[in-house]
Write a protein that binds this ligand. Structure first.
Ligand code: C2E
Ligand code: MG
Ligand code: MG
Length: 710
């Protein structure tokens, strides 16, 4: 109701004025009533005195009753002049009523007149009494003890008092009303004056709210509450302004951070290329658009060949440098609108903008391969990397993003297995290949349970033709795929992280079969087994090997671990630590397939190996390639200078054997002597080749009896 302070204050003042006036008027009326009664009492006392004196001679006269009645009536008649007289009664000394006179008031109000007789006022007591709105004056006629009677006058106190009060009120009320109006007007004016700064303050805050301008200030002179409030509001505005400025700068920082975050979220920090998130979002959009318009989208997936070894041997700085350089070169080749992105690691995706023909796609791939084939210079050193590309098209993937990327990946893997540095267009038969890989991956665990793996052993001969040991090579007869070569399933197991399970099985099996193998000769025969890069990272491999050795009571020196150089270099540090443990235990370490994986030889001085196995690729070409002969002799010289034992593998001809013997090769392994054969068959074969080595001049080629296909 009183929504503003002003109306509330006005209402309060009005209430106060009215209450005060009412209280004052109440007191005035009470006082007035008292005064009135006093005046009437005085008058009545005087009147009763006069009348009683006038009545005295009448009562003392000896007139007849009638005459006395007339005389008394004459005395009382003047009372007609008093409007307030109700009645007058004259009594004898025996209180017998002598005369009853009805005054003007009694004549007017018979009802009240009759009431008087019911009021009990003792006659004998002189004086003034008030009862039921009447004033009774009782007076003896004559002096006591010679009084002759009594006079009682009854006056109306109520009627005249009410009339008098009414007239008093009507006279004063208008004055009170005027005074109240004046007071209220003055109060309102004063209030207006007082509250004006408050109203100004209110409109000021409204102005701030609507304009959102926090630099405005309220001016309120003086030191009253409103001025103080204004000052406080100004202080608050200062604070808001300050906070706003801070917020603005925070917002700017946040915006900058958001921009950086967006960049980080969508762009690769190293190469500056769009990242996986960005390319996937873009591809999703492009595929939806292409599907609507019945267009095709091509996708090129590539990764660097042998990137991991660069990273591991030359450090991450070199790896990063290679990635940046490749990204730059490939990006420079592409046209505006083509999208080159880095998926992560050494994997990249390219989405050509337009819908390129197959010829255009192969052209792009060739240009990419050529540009990346150029040496990359780093601190004066020339680095070389290759890359393998897979191409896939949206139509073949039915515009499904996951399938499209997976198809490109499958095609890229085909390029890798085709010898790297190539590109492959996706076709459905690659999927068959992929499915086979998947089946192999998923069958590994069951293969161990179902004992589908066996070990074959391939002999290792020394330069006198004497059997020195065997290399254990795993074989898998799959229930539906038949015999699978380790060359196929080991890389698949490596990719899917399942190779440690196989390696443990091989280690356990070799240790189990060791005792039987040793019965072949009366010399110690060393068994070599192959480890993968994954095994070298497994922290508990050493414990496992140690437990197997202890369990089967094997001499550690009879075990040799073969590790390819790429596996070794994949994680140089952990490989070194792992193989050092085996070395300390007494086992030998051989670097397998040497010469194929890596071009830098500097790491050879930093690793702890006993034997270097020349890859069969060089051995194979000894017959006809002078280059391979040169490489082989260089490797053997190098190994000798490093005090390493040399083992040549893949020897199939006496020419190869002769050449290797000439160079001083220590161990010989190949079909020329024996193919890998199962344990049981080892006892059927004669592993004595001393004659062949003695007859070095006999160059007639002796082909090994190929009894086993593996
Ligand atoms: P590797 O360790 O270099 O083994 C030598 C491979 O060359 C064997 O192939 C062997 O059968 C083959 N070989 C030996 N002499 C000749 C020859 O005179 N001519 C020809 N053409 N080939 C010869 P295999 O058994 O198919 O093994 C292939 C590769 O699979 C192995 O190469 C090794 O890297 C891997 N592997 C085999 N068994 C295991 C295993 O138990 N664990 C792991 N991690 N890898 C294994
Ligand atoms: Mg090997
Ligand atoms: Mg090898």
């Amino acid at each position: 109701m009183f929504c503003s302070v002003k109306s509330s204050v006005v209402a309060i003042i009005l209430l106060l004025v009215v209450s005060l006036t009412s209280v004052v008027m109440g007191f005035v009326l009470i006082e007035y009533e008292q005064l009135y009664a006093d005046v009437v009492e005085d008058n009545l006392t005087g009147l009763s005195q006069n009348v009683s004196q006038e009545l005295l001679p009448i009562l003392t006269s000896t007139k007849s009753d009638k005459a006395r009645q007339v005389s008394i009536k004459n005395v009382l008649m003047p009372l007609d002049a008093y409007d307030s007289v109700f009645q007058a009664q004259v009594f004898g000394i025996d209180t017998k009523l002598i005369k009853h006179y009805v005054g003007p008031a009694g004549k007017k109000d018979i009802l009240r007149l009759n009431q008087i007789s019911q009021i009990d006022i003792p006659l004998m007591e002189e004086g003034i009494r008030i009862a039921d709105g009447f004033m009774f004056a009782t007076k003896k006629i004559g002096e006591s003890p010679f009084a002759l009677g009594y006079l009682q006058l009854v006056f109306d106190l109520h009627g005249p008092l009410s009339a008098s009060k009414f007239s008093l009120l009507s006279r004063t009320l208008s004055t009170i009303l005027i005074a109240t109006v004046v007071v209220m007007t003055i109060a309102i004016l004063l209030l207006n004056r007082l509250l004006q700064p408050l109203s100004r303050l209110s409109s000021f805050t409204k102005q701030i709210d609507s304009a959102k301008n926090y630099s405005l200030r309220f001016s309120a002179p003086g030191k009253n509450e409103v001025a103080l409030l204004g000052k406080n509001i100004n202080d608050m505005l200062d604070t808001i302004n300050l906070e706003l400025e801070k917020n603005k700068s925070h917002t700017k920082t946040l915006e900058a951070q958001q921009e950086t975050m967006t960049k980080l979220a969508n762009y690769d920090a190293l190469t500056g290329l769009p990242n996986r998130q960005f390319i996937m979002d873009t591809l999703r959009f492009k595929l939806a658009e292409a599907k609507r318009n019945q267009h095709d989208v091509a996708l090129l997936f590539f990764d660097l060949d042998g990137f991991k070894s660069i990273n591991d041997s030359l450090g991450h700085e070199a790896g990063d440098h290679v990635l940046v350089e490749v990204a730059k070169r490939v990006n420079n080749l592409m046209r505006d609108g083509d999208l080159v992105s880095r998926l992560g690691g050494d994997e990249f995706l390219i989405v050509p903008n337009a819908e390129p023909s197959e010829a255009e796609l192969t052209g792009i791939c060739q240009r990419i391969l050529e540009t990346v084939d150029q040496p990359i210079l780093m601190k004066g050193v020339e680095l070389r990397v290759g890359l393998s590309i897979g191409i896939a098209k949206a139509i073949d993937a039915n515009y499904d993003l996951t399938d499209l990327v997976s198809n490109a990946d499958v095609a890229m893997y085909r390029s890798k297995s085709n010898g790297r540095g190539t590109y492959t267009m996706f076709s459905s038969d690659l999927i068959e290949d992929y499915k086979r890989k998947l089946l192999i991956t998923n069958s590994i665990a069951k293969a161990i349970e179902e004992q589908e793996f066996t070990l074959y052993y391939q002999a290792k001969i020394n330069c006198d033709g004497i059997l020195m040991g065997f290399e254990a090579l795993i074989r898998w007869v799959h229930p539906s795929l038949g015999m699978i070569s380790p060359g196929e399933f080991i890389p698949i197991a490596e990719q899917s992280g399942k190779v440690p399970v196989i390696s443990r099985w091989v280690i356990a099996q070799v240790c189990k079969e060791m005792a039987v193998i040793q019965t072949l000769t009366d010399r110690d025969l060393r068994i070599s087994l192959n480890l993968s890069a994954h095994d070298l990272h497994a922290a508990d491999l050493y414990d496992f090997v140690k437990a197997q050795i202890d369990h089967h009571g094997i001499k550690p020196s009879l075990l040799e671990f073969e590790v390819t150089e790429s596996a070794y270099l994949e994680s140089f540090q952990s490989s070194n630590e792992c193989l050092k443990q085996f070395g300390d235990l007494g086992c030998s370490i051989a670097l397998d397939d040497f010469g194929t994986g890596y071009s830098s030889l500097s790491y050879l001085t930093q690793i702890k190996i006993d034997t270097l196995k020349i890859d069969q690729q060089f051995v194979k070409e000894i017959d006809y390639s002078s280059r391979s002969r040169l490489v082989t002799s260089t490797i053997i010289d190098l190994a000798k200078s490093l005090n390493l034992t040399i083992c040549a593998e893949g020897i199939e001809s006496r020419i190869q054997q002769s050449y290797l013997t000439e160079l001083g090769c220590d161990y010989y392994q190949g079909y020329l002597y024996s193919k890998p054969i199962p344990l049981a068959d080892l006892f059927e074969v004669d592993f004595n080749f001393t004659r062949e080595f003695a007859e070095e001049s006999d160059v007639s080629l002796r082909k090994a009896e190929n009894v086993y296909s593996f």
